[in-house]
Design a protein around this ligand. Structure first.
Ligand code: PLP
Length: 386
């Protein structure tokens, strides 16, 4: 049958290219470790930057919400109505983000893939002028592809190039600039204040993905979008916030528009109460976690220094995400293996997630790691330089 043959041919090709991905069963004994193949490994691959996924307050609130509201949300929000508790949660999230309103989604991928096409509808749909950073996340590309727009890509974080392209293609016509505030694979930041100024100069709407900034950067973990008051902010709740889901934050008219026009909101079952409950608890904790955020910043710096001493490129990382650029897929996979032998789980990231020739280990640090864990990591990375 052609279908089976095509499936197997694709997998065989991926194997030959060292690009095949496999789902690996693990157990999670706590915020710092994973148990894989019977071994306990220090986890520097998850996005649980503050260890909140295992925090007792989040677990307790998730259970409480399940007891009060049930295991599932039963339907899309426009069908059965929205729990009062979820509306209150959205108001609390808006206060955290410093915006007028928020809207919660089931996942970041869903939010980007669904919200962007809805917004582009306001400026010509498939003809909308959309300027995107070359290293944007797959879900941002998915939003553009769903809308049928042809992305006009600027070089990564090169705002002079962005302005050149805006002048050339938009010349003051309505446009969108879509970027991340912390880049998921490089760990560097966008200059949000400069982007905001450019957006104003060129009549463009700024759309910021705060997946890796939410909870970690900005005042009280509110993200970097606070430096762009008029922007459309998207962020996730399954990373530093320790739960699952995503949000859009912005003005009330923006949220009301999405409730009416965003198909991925209208036709999708509301997020489960357990996930919302955990977010509610994470928001309560946010103002208390400045020491954890400072620890993450300090550890990021120390890991970059160590990798630098070993002659390993960490690009322009300035956050808790630290790439160790190794080049080929084979080298990245071999480095992952060497670290595992030393008790550390740092996953090799290969194309198409990152550009050709830029395979890497992506270290994502957590404040939940002990000092001993972190010292062990600093010691273990010596093996990948060899
Ligand atoms: C920048 C960015 N945006 C969006 C997402 C998708 O979020 P979620 O995992 O909630 O689907 C991710 C996930 O890794 C991400 O890194």
């Amino acid at each position: 049958m052609w279908f089976e043959k095509a499936l197997v041919a694709t997998l065989t090709r991926l194997d030959a290219e060292h690009r095949r991905r496999r789902i690996r069963p693990v157990a999670i004994p706590g915020p710092r470790l994973v148990l894989a193949d019977g071994r306990s490994l220090i986890d520097v691959s998850s996005n649980d930057y503050l260890g909140l996924s295992q925090h007792p307050a989040l677990k307790a609130r998730a259970i409480d919400w399940v007891k009060r509201f049930g295991a599932g949300a039963r339907a899309a929000r426009l069908v059965t109505g929205t729990l009062e508790a979820v509306s209150e949660l959205e108001a609390k999230l808006a206060a955290f983000k410093g915006t007028e309103a928020t809207l919660i989604f089931n996942a970041g991928y869903q939010a980007n893939a669904a919200v962007l096409p809805a917004l582009f509808e306001l400026a010509g749909g498939r003809d909308a002028l959309v300027f995107t950073d070359k290293l944007n996340h797959a879900s941002l590309h998915a939003g553009c592809a769903t809308a049928g727009v042809k992305e006009i890509r600027f070089r990564h974080n090169d705002l002079a190039h962005l302005e050149e392209l805006l002048t050339q293609h938009a010349a003051g016509k309505p446009a969108f600039i879509v970027t991340e505030t912390v880049f998921s694979m490089d760990g560097d930041r966008a200059d949000v204040a400069a982007l905001d100024a450019i957006a104003h100069r060129h009549n463009a709407v700024l759309y910021l993905d705060e997946a890796h900034a939410t909870g970690v950067l900005g005042p009280g973990g509110a993200g970097l979008g606070v430096n762009a008051p008029g922007a459309v902010i998207m962020g996730t709740l399954g990373k530093a916030m320790g739960s699952a889901g995503a949000y859009i934050a912005g003005s009330q008219p923006l949220i009301d528009f999405l409730v009416n026009r965003c198909a991925g909101f209208i036709y999708s079952t509301a997020p489960a109460p357990a996930a919302c409950g955990a977010v509610d608890a994470a928001l309560d904790l946010m103002p208390t976690l400045d020491a954890e955020r400072a620890l993450l910043a300090e550890r990021g710096l120390r890991l970059r220094q160590r990798l630098g001493e070993l002659g390993i490129d960490t690009l322009a990382s300035s956050t808790q995400i630290v790439p160790a650029i190794l080049g080929s897929e084979e080298r990245a996979l071999a480095a992952q293996k060497k670290l595992e032998e030393r008790g550390v789980l740092a996953v090799a990231i290969r194309p198409p997630t990152v550009p050709e020739g830029a395979s890497r280990l992506r270290f994502s640090l957590s404040s939940a790691h002990s000092d001993i864990d972190f010292d062990l990591l600093l010691d273990a990375v010596g093996a990948i330089a060899a």
